[in-house]
Design a protein around this ligand. Structure first.
Ligand SMILES: [Zn+2]
Ligand SMILES: [Zn+2]
Length: 431
């Protein structure tokens, strides 16, 4: 076994003896459980960022807090070479944990509306943070094995798609060394522990939220001819929206138009003045994204004209500014990662996965001109026995964001640290 791989394997033991040359070793499993029990909502990651920035400082990193809100940037300048950015996100979700784990979260925090809500790391960001700390520890303790600049970032507010944008706006790529590569991982609720998934090209989708207000002229339900019924108009619009993906976008270009909420009216026999629709849109390319938005605008306008509404009562279409850009995995970088993962985890544990229409605002880091090669890979988090049983018995596993999602912590962290550390070392050391 080569020396480097052996050291990486030692990390996985999470034991003090793995770092016999250091007095400040971090037990990653304890850190993970602590983070898991104490989640914080988006924009409210105050304690999490404080805790982790202290750990990074103690390890010897040059730490800057408050980058784009609760964001943290930790630098290790270790001689000539490339700059590599590793990213972990910090926020939890307003979900009441039902996993039954001994370290399950019972934490309640205030949401934006001032209500106390149960909070859970249901998207595995606690794994992401712990892996980042594991990699931070290994790479500083073994700094003689590589040279370059390591840039670790802790991103706030990923779930609401604000963190990456705010960190970039606050000078992530101008105040700090500009990375040659951006790397991140995300836990997978559909892959067993010990494995990682890679994918070149589009990996996760553009996400847009759209509000439509369908207006009308209300009145008595028994005299519909004296009204302009926004409920019937909404029904027509919703039906026509289904033709965007099926008839207007090329079948080879993935896209989703989902009407997730519809609200209108108060009573059986009253035709209301308006109906509100909320949509989520998904796509990969800017072209498909723009075409979908234009189609929606055209369809609602056309339906209003056909209903004989005056122009001031045409529906309004508002594109919310929570836009999450698609994640595009740089194919050359992914090829390098694949080789590196096969080396650190074994060929059988590295698999190519399919793209998904979920969103991740990590994509934003790969959108800043001049474009930095960027890639996100998936980290298997499902207990092996549970995974095998699910495959055998055709059971659907709890997805990310589910109140039952619980990574099998130890092997997940072990694989994450090995994969992330190995990738960083190989990228630093490539000629
Ligand atoms: Zn999530
Ligand atoms: Zn996530």
């Amino acid at each position: 076994m080569d020396k480097k791989l052996f050291k990486l394997l030692l990390i996985a033991l999470f034991s003090v003896s793995a770092f016999a040359n250091s007095n400040s070793d971090i037990n990653l499993l304890d850190l993970y459980k602590d983070l898991h029990s104490n989640p914080e909502l988006s924009y409210k990651e105050f304690e999490t960022s404080k805790k982790l920035s202290l750990i990074l400082e103690e390890l010897g990193y040059e730490v800057t807090n408050g980058v784009g809100g609760n964001g943290v940037v930790a630098l290790l300048k270790n001689g000539e070479g490339k700059t590599i950015m590793l990213r972990a996100d910090m926020d939890g979700l307003p979900v009441e944990e039902k996993t039954g784990a001994s370290y399950a979260s019972r934490t309640k925090t205030l949401n934006d509306e001032g209500q106390e809500v149960f909070t859970m790391h249901a998207c595995g960001h606690d794994v992401h943070m712990t892996v980042l700390i594991g990699a931070a520890q290994y790479l500083i303790q073994n700094r003689s094995d590589w040279s370059g600049t390591l840039m670790l970032i802790l991103e706030p507010a990923e779930e609401v798609s604000g963190g990456a944008r705010n960190m970039i706006k606050d000078g992530l790529f101008t105040r700090f060394p500009r990375p040659d590569f951006n790397l991140a991982l995300h836990v997978s609720s559909g892959m067993e522990t010990g494995k990682v998934g890679y994918l070149p090209g589009w990996a996760m989708a553009n996400v847009d939220s759209v509000d439509i207000i369908v207006k009308g002229l209300g009145g008595h339900g028994a005299y519909p001819h004296t009204t302009k019924d926004p409920i019937v108009l909404s029904a027509q619009i919703i039906s026509q929206l289904q033709t965007i993906v099926s008839r207007q976008i090329a079948p080879t270009d993935p896209a989703v138009v989902t009407v997730g909420s519809i609200h209108g009216g108060t009573k059986h026999n009253v035709i209301p003045n308006e109906v509100k629709l909320q949509l989520t849109l998904r796509s990969y390319t800017d072209e498909v994204r723009n075409a979908t938005i234009s189609s929606i605008k055209r369809i609602v306008r056309g339906a209003a004209i056909a209903a004989g509404l005056p122009e001031e009562l045409y529906p309004t279409v508002t594109l919310k500014d929570e836009y999450t850009p698609a994640v595009f995995n740089n194919p050359q970088l992914v090829e390098k990662l694949k080789v590196s993962f096969e080396k650190s985890l074994g060929k059988d544990n590295v698999k190519k996965v399919s793209p998904v229409m979920g969103g991740e605002d990590f994509g934003m880091f790969g959108r800043v001109e001049p474009i930095i090669p960027t890639a996100l890979f998936w980290l298997g988090a499902v207990n092996k026995n549970i995974y095998e049983k699910a495959v055998r018995e055709d059971i659907v596993l709890p997805s990310l964001h589910s109140d039952l999602f619980l990574p099998d912590a130890e092997p997940t962290l072990e694989t994450g640290v090995k994969a992330m550390t190995g990738a960083a070392l190989d990228l630093f050391n490539e000629s």
